[in-house]
Design a protein around this ligand. Sequence first.
Ligand SMILES: NC(=O)c1ccc[n+]([C@@H]2O[C@H](COP(=O)([O-])OP(=O)(O)OC[C@H]3O[C@@H](n4cnc5c(N)ncnc54)[C@H](O)[C@@H]3O)[C@@H](O)[C@H]2O)c1
Length: 360
Amino acid sequence: LKEIIVEHSSGKYPVVITNRVYDILSEKITHFKDHKFYFIIDSNVDSLHSPVLSKYLKLKPEARKFILRAGESSKSFNTLNKILADLASNNYQRNTLIISIGGGVTGDLAGFAASVYMRGVKLVHIPTTIIAAADSSIGGKTGINFNGRKNIIGSFYHPEFVITDPQFLKTLNENDYRSGLGEIIKYAFLSGTSFYDFVYDNFNKLERRDPEILEEVLFHCIRLKADVVKKDEREAGLRKILNFGHTFAHAFESASSFRIRHGDAVNAGIISALHLSYIKGLINKNDLNTLLKLPLKLKIAQSIKKLDKSKLYSIMQNDKKNTFNEPQFVLLMEPGILLIDINADKKEIFEAAKSLNVIS
Ligand SMILES: NC(=O)c1ccc[n+]([C@@H]2O[C@H](COP(=O)([O-])OP(=O)(O)OC[C@H]3O[C@@H](n4cnc5c(N)ncnc54)[C@H](O)[C@@H]3O)[C@@H](O)[C@H]2O)c1
């Protein structure tokens, strides 16, 4: 069992990494005796893990369970409405504890619901994907997609605690697992060379879901994210480095109507951002070729290569991270040294995105 404390402007909370998730959950919820529990569970997680899950849900027989249809389309007003209506019609009051069990979609939506219901009720995250464990369950960003755009409605809202159990990752299908590795690759670029080398050298083991390597990698990512959140919770500066590859990635996701997985989009976004770093003169050709080796260990989704470049550009112009209509990027000088708020013109962006077509 490992624990990392996440500090933020109004308090702190622990992220526990364990392979006894339900025991730790039962133990921790004893501190919330006077609360009424509401589980929001991803539908795939519910069916794959329901025998064990239901045993623990019985600890609180009066608790309700909302099964969230798996997929990005659930991060919507429509589903939020259903959750809020279910809470209200079942007489959930301020002493509500919402427990989200699932990936980034479940966590983002459950977190947003918790932040607005009764002006904020208590929240717990149990992440079950790599992206949720390494990234989305930490740092308090919640939200839904709106008008075809990612995460443009949301809030900052922190949980009481997070319990991460790498055993959940065993049941992820190949595509979801691979997509999660895209986010790990991002963390490798954000860290100094030692973690970058660790991820690079152990990539085969990571792909094989080696439990020790996975735990080590998750621990490092969570610690890094906690450190960034502590220094810049509201993304005034430093936190923006977490968006490495994301200006491209969000455009890939939106242009494909969210059919491309987030981590796949992030990995392709990193490849484009590395090319843009080269185009901007931040790295030389040799560095570019060396740095591309890590993201190229993952297969690039064919569907990304087919996206219309002009559509991508107009989505980037509307990215919520921009100050005006100029797309902004996080670019890299070397692993661990990144530059934020870098503008690029249409020609440079097209050239960087074009690199995905030539890479096979
Ligand atoms: N809030 C943040 O800071 C933040 C950071 C990064 C990403 N995100 C968001 O996270 C989302 C992507 O997260 P994700 O990749 O976890 O997506 P997801 O929640 O859609 O999960 C991916 C798939 O894995 C399935 N799944 C989940 N756990 C499983 C398990 N243990 N076994 C088998 N299948 C399982 C789900 O049913 C789903 O089909 C995006 O919406 C993204 O915007 C948020």
